[in-house]
Design a protein around this ligand. Structure first.
Ligand code: GAR
Length: 204
């Protein structure tokens, strides 16, 4: 079967995106990175994409003032690169209604906590892990889920669990979870590529 064409949206470092690109290159993921979009022109994600020779686009409120124009540009970019599945990888913006409608059921996100706990607006990066520690949780771990109109919402596809250890700081917990994020995102996408997880919106 042809490789699954992935489109990435990322705002910051892009380590999840890189893990997926590396898995594609190593043959552990039957997919092909088609395009990387970032709202942040200085993001590590765009730098990594250029380094890897993957089309890299900066699309934001600066390049496209007005949410509709931006939504149209994102949707057109994904379509032009024949993206089949959209992977949010630390993307800190909402996707617009046009893009969500065009890719309904085919947009995935990774979140560094066991949703539905510790998700939603403001739950990003260290704030998530800080909240987990403050709540006295004994375990945490990443969630891969389908994206809908709300932040960190939508059906859960996969989760992995990691223990919260005594003496953990947000940084140490984040590092332990991030390692699992890279694995879980790769495994989940490979299941999609193999047809073990069927996405309603994906015609292959
Ligand atoms: C990851 O920990 C991801 O789970 C989180 O942003 C980080 C991005 O890291 N996403 C969210 O918090 C979504 N609400 P990366 O840029 O190194 O992949």
């Amino acid at each position: 079967m042809a490789l699954l064409r992935l489109g990435f949206l990322a705002s910051h470092n892009g380590s999840n995106m890189q893990a997926l690109i590396d898995a594609c290159k190593a043959g552990r993921l039957d997919a092909q990175p088609a395009v990387v979009i970032s709202n942040n022109s200085e993001s590590g994600a765009l730098a990594r994409a250029r380094q890897e020779g993957i089309p890299a686009c900066h699309l934001s409120g600066h390049t496209h003032p007005g949410p509709r124009a931006l939504d149209q540009a994102i949707c057109a970019t994904l379509t032009r690169h024949q993206v089949e599945v959209v992977c949010l990888a630390g993307y800190m913006k909402h996707l617009g209604p046009l893009t969500l409608a065009a890719y309904r059921g085919r947009v995935l996100n990774i979140h560094p906590a066991l949703l539905p706990k510790f998700g939603g607006e403001g739950f990003y990066g260290q704030a998530v892990h800080q909240a987990v520690l403050e709540a006295g949780e004994k375990e945490s771990g990443p969630t891969v889920h389908l994206v809908d109109e709300e932040y960190d919402h939508g059906p859960v596809l996969a989760q992995a669990r990691v223990p919260v250890l005594e003496g953990d700081t947000p940084a140490t917990l984040a590092a332990r979870v991030l390692e699992q994020e890279h694995q879980l995102y790769t495994e989940t996408l490979q299941k999609i590529a193999m047809g073990e997880i069927m996405l309603e919106g994906l015609k292959r």
